[in-house]
Write a protein that binds this ligand. Sequence first.
Ligand code: SF4
Length: 199
Amino acid sequence: MTKLQDQREKHWEAFVGRCQACRACELSESRQNVVVWRGGIRAPLVILGEGPGADEDRLGLPFVGRSGKLLDQLLTSFGFDAGDYHIANIVKCRPPGNRVPTEEEARACRPLLKEQLRLVRPTVYLLMGATAHRYFMGSSTGITQARGIWTESNNCHILPTFHPAYVLRDPSKRTFLWQDIAAVRQKLEELDLIEKLKA
Ligand code: SF4
């Protein structure tokens, strides 16, 4: 391990420690675990969801329930390795009963998310679902209108898409999620941030 990698890991561990100690909003009262990330700690792609559900809260990892399985299947079928992406959520603690996080909770968690993104340094973002889109972009446009449309901001490329849980409830939306993951793959290849898939 190089000195730089070693330093990066230390910064990351310190950041995770701050997350685990966080009591900045009332979601800390009912959580089992603070759910920070899975995937690479430095990655060209950040996949951002809404917040942990019951499985995520229990295991301390994001997207590990049914939605996570669908997401993983998709990522694997599009040739992504775990080091290519970093999966996180708008809030790191589970909203009771899987309700949508409130604006106050999202605001309370934002400094940690900002710090996380500063450490991960992604260039491409995939926002999964209406809540991630609304809180990350500060946009009131519905996800059905917003999905599949790239936004560029501060040299980053941001694509909203449907949440896998929504696609599981309404399989007619599958094709859109597939198209959006393909578009993310293509963008990363165009930017030389990931190796081109062999034909
Ligand atoms: S949701 Fe975020 S701000 Fe609220 S307690 Fe958890 S880590 Fe802290």
